[in-house]
Design a protein around this ligand. Structure first.
Ligand code: NAG
Ligand code: NAG
Ligand code: NAG
Ligand code: NAG
Length: 211
């Protein structure tokens, strides 16, 4: 329901403007995110931001195979600083035009939502989430996250030393609940075999728009 959506969005924005983060970023994009998979049904599909609550979106398997038919929902950005090889994945939520004709755009960072009963976390873009956002990087365009301390190397009573960080790419396409919506969407498996039997491991690749 449109009016409910915008009322919620405005409420979320009001709190957003009061807690603006001081961190500044360099931004690259827009770019698209494409699935790579051995499964021909999934391979080549683009990810799109789809509605999962007031001013909230998750990364759905595109209803369209080409982002050219819906560029805004398939266009993402990457906010980085010189201090780190990883940065924040961003989707711009475009709100209705203000009465003066200007368009309100909310730079929405990606977070992961975890629930206690499963190792499958869902993606979520929302305003006011920068402190909870996850950091992603691109290695030869392949999207990864960093595991700073690999706890499989831990020893009892010995504080971990050395750099055990590594790139991890636990992306899966699964049927998930995002808010109250049931979507075939990108998800993150924290470790081991996915608890959700609909999950299929995939790679996510950054694609520059051709025009
Ligand atoms: C991302 O970076 C751009 C450009 O610096 C900035 O305008 C935007 O507010 C940033 N987004 C977030 C969520 O910090
Ligand atoms: C390929 O993916 C589709 C959609 O997730 C799924 O229904 C199908 O079972 C998969 N095929 C194989 C061979 O895994
Ligand atoms: C953004 O990029 C410029 C040019 O490379 C650099 O001088 C600046 O420090 C960067 N900003 C941040 C926040 O890392
Ligand atoms: C980047 O990806 C390549 C190819 O998959 C891999 O060999 C390399 O180790 C990766 N880089 C890092 C820093 O993990």
């Amino acid at each position: 329901m449109k009016s409910t959506f915008f009322a919620g969005a405005v409420a979320a924005l009001t709190s957003f403007t009061t807690v603006v983060s001081a961190q500044s970023y360099n931004q690259t994009g827009p770019f698209y995110l494409q699935i790579k998979s051995d499964n021909a049904t999934l391979d080549g599909r683009y990810l799109t931001a789809c509605h999962s609550g007031a001013a909230q979106e998750t990364l759905c398997l595109g209803k369209v195979d080409s982002p050219t038919t819906n560029k805004a929902s398939a266009s993402f950005f990457w906010n980085t600083t010189d201090q780190s090889p990883v940065g924040v994945l961003i989707w711009n939520l475009v709100l209705a035009k203000n009465p003066d004709g200007t368009q309100m755009v909310v730079s929405s960072p990606m977070t992961l939502d975890y629930t206690p009963g499963t190792n499958v976390a869902t993606t979520r873009f929302g305003p006011n989430e920068i402190d909870r956002s996850v950091q992603v990087g691109f290695n030869n365009s392949v999207m990864y996250m960093t595991w700073w301390n690999d706890d499989s190397t831990f020893l009892a009573g010995q504080y971990p030393t050395g750099d055990s960080s590594r790139e991890i790419t636990n992306w899966n396409v699964c049927w998930v609940l995002a808010g109250s919506y049931y979507y075939n969407a990108l998800a993150w498996v924290t470790g081991g075999a996915p608890h959700n039997p609909t999950c299929e491991a995939v790679s996510v690749v950054k694609v520059e728009p051709s025009a």
